[in-house]
Design a protein around this ligand. Structure first.
Ligand SMILES: [Zn+2]
Length: 292
Protein backbone atom coordinates (compact mmCIF):
# COMPACT_ATOMS: atom_id res chain seq x y z
CA UNK A 1 0.00 0.00 0.00
CA UNK A 2 1.56 3.28 -1.13
CA UNK A 3 1.51 6.47 0.89
CA UNK A 4 -1.40 8.84 0.26
CA UNK A 5 -0.28 12.10 -1.38
CA UNK A 6 -0.88 15.08 0.90
CA UNK A 7 -3.26 17.55 -0.78
CA UNK A 8 -1.18 20.46 0.51
CA UNK A 9 1.56 19.80 -2.11
CA UNK A 10 -0.79 19.74 -5.13
CA UNK A 11 -1.04 22.50 -7.71
CA UNK A 12 -2.83 22.91 -11.04
CA UNK A 13 -0.67 21.30 -13.77
CA UNK A 14 -2.31 23.51 -16.39
CA UNK A 15 -1.92 27.06 -15.04
CA UNK A 16 0.48 26.24 -12.16
CA UNK A 17 -1.54 27.98 -9.48
CA UNK A 18 -1.61 26.55 -5.98
CA UNK A 19 -5.21 27.69 -5.57
CA UNK A 20 -7.06 24.38 -5.76
CA UNK A 21 -10.31 23.54 -4.03
CA UNK A 22 -11.98 20.22 -3.33
CA UNK A 23 -15.73 20.91 -3.67
CA UNK A 24 -16.67 17.25 -3.21
CA UNK A 25 -15.13 13.79 -2.80
CA UNK A 26 -14.62 13.34 -6.54
CA UNK A 27 -13.45 16.74 -7.76
CA UNK A 28 -10.39 18.96 -7.72
CA UNK A 29 -11.17 22.43 -9.04
CA UNK A 30 -8.61 25.04 -10.11
CA UNK A 31 -9.77 28.43 -8.84
CA UNK A 32 -7.61 30.27 -11.40
CA UNK A 33 -8.18 28.53 -14.77
CA UNK A 34 -11.36 26.64 -13.86
CA UNK A 35 -9.98 23.22 -14.92
CA UNK A 36 -11.46 20.22 -13.14
CA UNK A 37 -9.60 17.07 -12.18
CA UNK A 38 -10.87 13.83 -10.67
CA UNK A 39 -10.48 11.96 -7.40
CA UNK A 40 -11.21 8.27 -7.00
CA UNK A 41 -11.71 6.50 -3.67
CA UNK A 42 -10.88 9.69 -1.80
CA UNK A 43 -7.13 9.69 -2.52
CA UNK A 44 -6.32 8.70 -6.10
CA UNK A 45 -5.92 11.87 -8.16
CA UNK A 46 -6.53 12.01 -11.92
CA UNK A 47 -4.88 14.97 -13.68
CA UNK A 48 -5.05 13.34 -17.13
CA UNK A 49 -7.32 10.86 -18.85
CA UNK A 50 -5.10 7.94 -19.84
CA UNK A 51 -5.24 6.73 -23.44
CA UNK A 52 -4.42 3.33 -24.94
CA UNK A 53 -2.11 2.87 -27.91
CA UNK A 54 -0.74 0.17 -30.19
CA UNK A 55 2.08 -1.85 -28.59
CA UNK A 56 4.02 -5.03 -29.39
CA UNK A 57 3.18 -8.62 -28.45
CA UNK A 58 5.56 -8.82 -25.46
CA UNK A 59 4.51 -5.34 -24.32
CA UNK A 60 0.82 -6.34 -24.53
CA UNK A 61 1.56 -9.29 -22.25
CA UNK A 62 3.44 -6.93 -19.93
CA UNK A 63 0.57 -4.43 -19.85
CA UNK A 64 -1.91 -7.23 -19.04
CA UNK A 65 0.31 -8.61 -16.29
CA UNK A 66 0.82 -5.11 -14.85
CA UNK A 67 -2.80 -5.28 -13.66
CA UNK A 68 -1.54 -7.85 -11.15
CA UNK A 69 1.45 -6.21 -9.38
CA UNK A 70 2.53 -9.42 -7.58
CA UNK A 71 2.73 -11.39 -10.83
CA UNK A 72 4.45 -8.46 -12.56
CA UNK A 73 7.10 -8.33 -9.82
CA UNK A 74 7.79 -12.06 -10.27
CA UNK A 75 8.01 -11.64 -14.03
CA UNK A 76 10.54 -8.81 -13.70
CA UNK A 77 12.55 -10.85 -11.22
CA UNK A 78 12.56 -14.13 -13.14
CA UNK A 79 11.86 -13.63 -16.84
CA UNK A 80 13.17 -10.18 -17.74
CA UNK A 81 16.76 -10.19 -19.09
CA UNK A 82 17.64 -7.23 -16.86
CA UNK A 83 19.10 -7.88 -13.43
CA UNK A 84 18.21 -4.91 -11.21
CA UNK A 85 21.40 -4.96 -9.15
CA UNK A 86 20.31 -1.66 -7.56
CA UNK A 87 17.11 -3.14 -6.12
CA UNK A 88 18.38 -3.12 -2.52
CA UNK A 89 19.98 0.30 -3.05
CA UNK A 90 16.48 1.70 -3.77
CA UNK A 91 15.11 0.31 -0.50
CA UNK A 92 18.18 1.48 1.42
CA UNK A 93 18.12 5.08 0.19
CA UNK A 94 14.40 5.39 1.05
CA UNK A 95 14.97 3.90 4.49
CA UNK A 96 17.95 6.11 5.28
CA UNK A 97 16.04 9.28 4.29
CA UNK A 98 13.12 8.27 6.52
CA UNK A 99 15.43 7.62 9.45
CA UNK A 100 16.44 11.28 9.38
CA UNK A 101 12.93 12.58 8.58
CA UNK A 102 10.00 10.23 9.03
CA UNK A 103 7.62 12.73 7.36
CA UNK A 104 9.73 12.94 4.19
CA UNK A 105 7.71 13.13 0.97
CA UNK A 106 8.97 10.54 -1.50
CA UNK A 107 7.56 10.08 -5.00
CA UNK A 108 8.17 7.22 -7.41
CA UNK A 109 7.73 9.00 -10.74
CA UNK A 110 6.61 6.60 -13.47
CA UNK A 111 6.08 3.86 -10.90
CA UNK A 112 3.99 1.57 -13.07
CA UNK A 113 2.38 -0.99 -10.74
CA UNK A 114 5.54 -1.13 -8.57
CA UNK A 115 5.16 -0.28 -4.89
CA UNK A 116 8.63 0.19 -3.38
CA UNK A 117 7.45 0.84 0.16
CA UNK A 118 4.50 2.05 2.20
CA UNK A 119 6.33 5.38 2.60
CA UNK A 120 6.58 6.11 -1.13
CA UNK A 121 3.75 7.67 -3.18
CA UNK A 122 3.33 6.45 -6.73
CA UNK A 123 2.89 8.69 -9.77
CA UNK A 124 2.25 7.45 -13.32
CA UNK A 125 0.45 8.39 -16.51
CA UNK A 126 -1.60 5.16 -16.27
CA UNK A 127 -3.97 4.28 -13.38
CA UNK A 128 -2.26 1.03 -12.28
CA UNK A 129 -3.41 -0.49 -9.01
CA UNK A 130 -0.84 1.20 -6.75
CA UNK A 131 -0.77 4.62 -8.45
CA UNK A 132 -1.77 7.60 -6.28
CA UNK A 133 -1.56 10.39 -8.85
CA UNK A 134 -2.28 9.88 -12.54
CA UNK A 135 -0.65 12.71 -14.47
CA UNK A 136 1.71 13.78 -17.26
CA UNK A 137 5.16 13.59 -15.66
CA UNK A 138 6.45 16.37 -17.91
CA UNK A 139 3.93 18.72 -16.25
CA UNK A 140 3.60 17.68 -12.64
CA UNK A 141 0.70 18.65 -10.35
CA UNK A 142 3.03 19.40 -7.41
CA UNK A 143 4.28 22.65 -5.90
CA UNK A 144 7.84 23.99 -6.25
CA UNK A 145 10.29 22.79 -3.56
CA UNK A 146 7.77 20.39 -2.00
CA UNK A 147 9.30 16.91 -2.28
CA UNK A 148 12.22 15.31 -0.39
CA UNK A 149 13.09 12.49 -2.78
CA UNK A 150 12.18 11.38 -6.28
CA UNK A 151 12.72 7.91 -7.64
CA UNK A 152 12.58 7.64 -11.40
CA UNK A 153 13.34 4.11 -12.51
CA UNK A 154 13.60 3.19 -16.19
CA UNK A 155 11.09 5.86 -17.21
CA UNK A 156 12.89 8.68 -19.05
CA UNK A 157 13.49 6.59 -22.19
CA UNK A 158 9.71 6.49 -22.57
CA UNK A 159 9.14 10.25 -22.71
CA UNK A 160 9.79 12.22 -25.89
CA UNK A 161 11.44 15.13 -24.06
CA UNK A 162 13.27 13.82 -20.95
CA UNK A 163 14.67 17.35 -20.37
CA UNK A 164 11.14 18.53 -19.52
CA UNK A 165 10.70 15.80 -16.89
CA UNK A 166 14.14 16.55 -15.44
CA UNK A 167 13.25 20.23 -15.21
CA UNK A 168 9.98 19.35 -13.41
CA UNK A 169 11.86 17.03 -11.03
CA UNK A 170 14.26 19.89 -10.28
CA UNK A 171 11.39 22.30 -9.71
CA UNK A 172 9.42 20.16 -7.24
CA UNK A 173 12.41 18.84 -5.25
CA UNK A 174 13.28 20.77 -2.11
CA UNK A 175 16.80 22.26 -2.10
CA UNK A 176 18.98 19.35 -0.99
CA UNK A 177 16.30 16.89 -2.17
CA UNK A 178 17.49 13.61 -3.66
CA UNK A 179 17.01 12.30 -7.19
CA UNK A 180 17.43 8.54 -7.74
CA UNK A 181 17.26 7.90 -11.47
CA UNK A 182 17.76 4.74 -13.54
CA UNK A 183 18.30 5.27 -17.28
CA UNK A 184 18.90 2.48 -19.84
CA UNK A 185 21.97 2.34 -22.07
CA UNK A 186 22.13 -1.00 -23.96
CA UNK A 187 18.61 -2.43 -24.16
CA UNK A 188 16.37 -3.49 -27.01
CA UNK A 189 13.42 -1.39 -28.12
CA UNK A 190 10.57 -1.69 -25.59
CA UNK A 191 7.57 0.54 -26.07
CA UNK A 192 5.50 1.09 -22.94
CA UNK A 193 3.74 2.56 -24.86
CA UNK A 194 6.61 4.58 -26.41
CA UNK A 195 10.39 4.26 -26.41
CA UNK A 196 12.55 7.16 -27.56
CA UNK A 197 16.11 7.15 -26.28
CA UNK A 198 19.14 5.63 -24.51
CA UNK A 199 21.98 7.34 -22.60
CA UNK A 200 25.70 6.80 -22.16
CA UNK A 201 27.18 7.74 -18.79
CA UNK A 202 28.43 11.18 -19.96
CA UNK A 203 25.06 11.73 -21.64
CA UNK A 204 23.26 11.11 -18.37
CA UNK A 205 25.64 13.40 -16.50
CA UNK A 206 24.86 16.10 -19.05
CA UNK A 207 21.08 15.61 -18.78
CA UNK A 208 21.29 15.93 -14.98
CA UNK A 209 23.98 18.63 -14.93
CA UNK A 210 21.97 20.92 -12.63
CA UNK A 211 22.10 18.35 -9.82
CA UNK A 212 25.07 17.69 -7.52
CA UNK A 213 26.10 14.18 -8.56
CA UNK A 214 26.70 11.78 -5.68
CA UNK A 215 26.97 8.49 -7.52
CA UNK A 216 26.68 7.06 -11.00
CA UNK A 217 27.07 3.32 -11.48
CA UNK A 218 25.78 0.39 -13.53
CA UNK A 219 22.31 -0.82 -12.50
CA UNK A 220 21.72 -3.55 -15.10
CA UNK A 221 25.20 -4.77 -16.09
CA UNK A 222 26.93 -6.31 -19.13
CA UNK A 223 25.12 -9.67 -18.81
CA UNK A 224 21.71 -7.99 -18.86
CA UNK A 225 22.77 -6.10 -21.98
CA UNK A 226 24.05 -9.28 -23.65
CA UNK A 227 20.99 -11.40 -22.77
CA UNK A 228 18.51 -8.84 -24.09
CA UNK A 229 20.35 -8.70 -27.43
CA UNK A 230 20.94 -12.47 -27.56
CA UNK A 231 17.31 -13.40 -26.82
CA UNK A 232 16.05 -11.13 -29.59
CA UNK A 233 18.84 -12.19 -31.96
CA UNK A 234 17.96 -15.88 -31.56
CA UNK A 235 14.27 -15.17 -32.08
CA UNK A 236 15.02 -13.13 -35.22
CA UNK A 237 17.56 -15.59 -36.65
CA UNK A 238 15.37 -18.68 -36.27
CA UNK A 239 11.92 -17.29 -37.09
CA UNK A 240 12.68 -16.78 -40.82
CA UNK A 241 10.67 -13.60 -41.10
CA UNK A 242 7.53 -15.11 -39.53
CA UNK A 243 6.39 -12.72 -36.79
CA UNK A 244 4.15 -15.15 -34.80
CA UNK A 245 7.09 -17.59 -34.69
CA UNK A 246 9.38 -14.75 -33.58
CA UNK A 247 6.94 -13.97 -30.74
CA UNK A 248 6.94 -17.57 -29.51
CA UNK A 249 10.73 -17.94 -29.86
CA UNK A 250 11.30 -14.66 -28.05
CA UNK A 251 9.25 -15.84 -25.07
CA UNK A 252 11.10 -19.17 -25.19
CA UNK A 253 14.59 -17.57 -25.28
CA UNK A 254 13.59 -15.29 -22.39
CA UNK A 255 12.63 -18.32 -20.30
CA UNK A 256 15.88 -20.03 -21.32
CA UNK A 257 18.33 -17.19 -20.63
CA UNK A 258 17.13 -15.30 -17.55
CA UNK A 259 19.07 -17.21 -14.82
CA UNK A 260 22.38 -15.98 -16.28
CA UNK A 261 21.46 -12.37 -15.53
CA UNK A 262 22.39 -12.79 -11.87
CA UNK A 263 26.07 -12.83 -12.96
CA UNK A 264 25.63 -9.07 -13.07
CA UNK A 265 25.78 -8.82 -9.28
CA UNK A 266 29.50 -9.62 -9.83
CA UNK A 267 30.12 -8.00 -13.20
CA UNK A 268 28.70 -4.54 -12.40
CA UNK A 269 31.68 -4.12 -10.08
CA UNK A 270 34.15 -4.35 -12.99
CA UNK A 271 35.73 -0.93 -13.69
CA UNK A 272 34.79 -1.23 -17.39
CA UNK A 273 31.24 -2.56 -16.86
CA UNK A 274 29.84 0.86 -17.77
CA UNK A 275 31.08 0.40 -21.37
CA UNK A 276 28.26 -2.06 -22.05
CA UNK A 277 25.92 -1.59 -19.07
CA UNK A 278 22.25 -2.32 -19.59
CA UNK A 279 21.37 0.74 -17.48
CA UNK A 280 22.82 3.33 -15.12
CA UNK A 281 21.72 4.46 -11.71
CA UNK A 282 22.28 8.14 -10.94
CA UNK A 283 22.01 9.57 -7.43
CA UNK A 284 22.22 13.33 -7.00
CA UNK A 285 20.88 16.24 -4.99
CA UNK A 286 19.25 19.50 -5.97
CA UNK A 287 21.79 22.13 -4.87
CA UNK A 288 20.81 23.96 -1.69
CA UNK A 289 21.78 27.20 -3.39
CA UNK A 290 19.71 27.45 -6.59
CA UNK A 291 22.09 27.88 -9.52
CA UNK A 292 19.69 27.05 -12.35
ZN1 LIG B 1 -5.43 26.00 -13.29
Amino acid sequence: MAKIIDRSILQCPSCRTERLSFPDEKTILCQQCGKQYGIQNGNKYFFVTPSESGISFIERIKETVKKYPGVYRLLVLFISPVCQTDYFKQKKIVKSLLQGNKHAIILNLGSGPTDISADVSNVDMFPYVNVDSVCDISRLPFKDNSVDMILNIAVLEHVSEPEKVVSEVYRILKPGGILYCVFPFIQGFHAAPYDFTRMTEPGLRGLLAHFDTQEISSAGGPTSALLWILEEWLAIAFSFGIVPLYNILHLFTMFLCWPFKFLDFLLVKHPKAKNIASSFVYIGRKPTKDVK
